[in-house]
Design a protein around this ligand. Structure first.
Ligand code: SF4
Length: 423
């Protein structure tokens, strides 16, 4: 649980309800030191440590398909992707083989197969759920989450196989899930060509109007507030969607008075977040003699099944997938019984009942007015403008959410769970 002090310093990072516990809150920013503004509520979770987002991700790793790459063009939404699946597929291969992704190939058009390590096995209730969903819903598939954890026997430099401890949110001392700390930074260091400079706040890309090229970046040292300029032939901005865009917006010059690459005024617009926190859970009777070994750090995945093939009469566009899983409760369940003595001792030694939960992950369409802007009247400790969000889910997303909830309840009920509750 987070302490009162943590909650006071990380009121926004604490909104997820699970990231700011005492063992993991240090991976998320202090909201008082790193403020942002909200015209409408927008949860912006982030950390400014070496390794960045790669230490904080859910590690679920799915390929887009041509159904995704072609959707904008077919539906006349936003702009067409400049690539198709065949252009990207070799790069997906390369990344998966390098970082290590466990998963199951299924031959689905909407979720292309990959170069996977052995999938994390489903436990008995997840397996039962998989069979019941296949029986009751034509074309719906339950598989294991495709997760960037090392499984099987393939060797990865300096990293070991996942120990199934489910302590990933603390960072992984085994380097078993992919992070830049476990994988790409050591590889870069081994070349002898890397200089790593943490605590460096990049805030502007410099531009030479004569050569018409970016020439480097302006940096502030987070601790001393000294300023530097670093020159480079090639610059990658890898500060995640909002911060990378914000650096471009701050890169103003005579050529780019509104920010670098922002003649179209599209920078900061069309925010497309995950939509989540919709799903269902229930209890499963049976398999009382079955348990599982370790704490599996991933569960089931149900690939998109809406607006595909025969399912085309939805009142919204696109689709969603589910993540979830089954587990047994523990001794905490016995507390409510208020028993004592031998009965209590016996009860705490027995595993609790099976529960199953699933949550939808849906696409958000691009809307020009879902945007963030820079507020130069509210500067941070380093004199840089703060970000103001003005974005919300719209009709398409709200209709999708209704279906995400109802479909989750429907699947759990048809799979034989009881006390099913949607949320
Ligand atoms: S379960 Fe443990 S060993 Fe596996 S990735 Fe998470 S922290 Fe690392």
């Amino acid at each position: 649980e987070p302490t009162k002090e943590i909650i006071a310093q990380q009121p926004k990072q604490n909104r997820t309800g699970y990231t700011t516990n005492q063992a993991s809150h240090m991976w998320f920013v202090n909201d008082l030191k790193h403020p942002y503004n909200e015209t409408k509520r927008f949860d912006w979770m982030r950390g400014y440590h070496l390794g960045g987002r790669s230490l904080q991700w859910g590690r679920q790793s799915y390929r887009l398909s041509d159904i995704d790459f072609e959707a904008n063009k077919k539906e006349g939404i936003a702009v067409d992707w400049p690539v198709r699946y065949k252009d990207i597929a070799p790069w997906y291969d390369k990344v998966e083989e390098y970082i290590g992704v466990s998963g199951e190939n299924l031959g689905l058009e909407q979720l292309p197969d990959g170069k996977f390590l052995p999938m994390m096995e489903l436990n008995c209730v997840e397996q039962e759920f998989r069979e019941k969903v296949a029986e009751n819903f034509d074309g719906r598939v339950v598989t294991a989450g495709r997760t960037a954890h090392i499984t099987g026997t393939k060797q990865f430099d300096g990293r070991s196989k996942c120990q199934f401890r489910n302590r990933c949110i603390r960072g992984c001392p085994f380097g078993a899930y992919f992070s830049s700390l476990s994988s790409t930074l050591p590889a870069a260091e081994a070349t002898g060509n890397m200089t790593l400079r943490p605590d460096s706040i990049v805030h502007e890309v410099m531009y030479d109007p004569n050569t018409k090229k970016a020439t480097g970046v302006k940096v502030i040292d987070a601790n001393t507030k000294e300023t530097f300029e670093f020159k480079a032939k090639v610059i990658f901005l890898c500060a995640s969607a909002i911060a990378s865009t914000s650096i471009l917006m701050q890169s103003k010059s005579e050529t780019f008075p509104n920010g670098m690459g922002n003649a179209s005024d599209q920078l900061g617009r069309n925010i497309m977040d995950h939509q989540l926190q919709v799903g269902a859970s229930g209890k499963f009777d049976g398999f009382d003699d079955k348990y599982y070994k370790g704490r599996k750090p991933s569960g089931i995945y149900i690939p998109r099944f809406r607006n595909l093939g025969g399912d085309s009469d939805r009142d919204y566009k696109r689709g969603f997938g589910y993540q979830g899983g089954a587990s047994r409760g523990n001794w905490e369940e016995t507390i409510a019984e208020l028993s004592y003595g031998k009965d209590l001792k016996d009860a705490v030694l027995k595993p609790g009942g099976w529960t199953f939960g699933m949550m939808g992950f849906g696409e958000v369409l691009p809307y020009e007015n879902n945007r963030f802007t820079l507020d130069y009247d509210k500067l941070d400790d380093w004199g840089l403008p703060t970000v103001t969000f003005d974005a919300e889910l719209q009709e398409n997303e709200l209709k999708m959410r209704k279906d995400m909830l109802e479909s989750a309840v429907d699947m759990l009920e048809k799979a034989g769970l009881r006390d099913v509750k949607g949320y």
